[in-house]
Design a protein around this ligand. Sequence first.
Ligand SMILES: [Cu+2]
Length: 179
Amino acid sequence: MEIHRFEKIWLGASLLLIVGFIGTITYGAVGAGVAMVDDSGGTVDPTALSDHPEFSDPGVQQVGENHYAVHVVAQQFVFQPGTGTPIEVPAGSTVTFYVTSSDVVHGFNLVGTNVNTMVIPGQVAEITAEFPTEPRTYAIVCHEYCGSGHHEMAGELRTVPPSEFNGTDASADLQGGEP
Ligand SMILES: [Cu+2]
């Protein structure tokens, strides 16, 4: 069987394309430093968050020299903390977020970063991020439709110069929403 030269070129080019596509997918999965949010954060009883040692009073805790833990409860239609009272962490620090929901599925996205997870009642989403040394304000948005107030469900995280960080707990201050 004779294959025309042009047909061979097309065959070769399409094979190369396939190899290229597999290459970009492989790079995106393992080479770009992107990690999926897995179930390592554990589970929690969404109806008993008020009895939980951390989620009953969510906020910022120092857990290492330059490492902070931030517990956040998402509920219709606020992030606690985050909505009303911004979350404050030192610029240049490493922050592990533990986010859960007390009612329905929400989203937790720090705009402009790759901190982005679904927030499922009963499940704790755990994400660790390193913040740049330049102080900045990040918006937090809910990106999973969670009800009639979804479009207003937002918050703020500020990274402040370490000298200005006072370590106080930025919890409470709910605006709207139902408990
Ligand atoms: Cu929402």
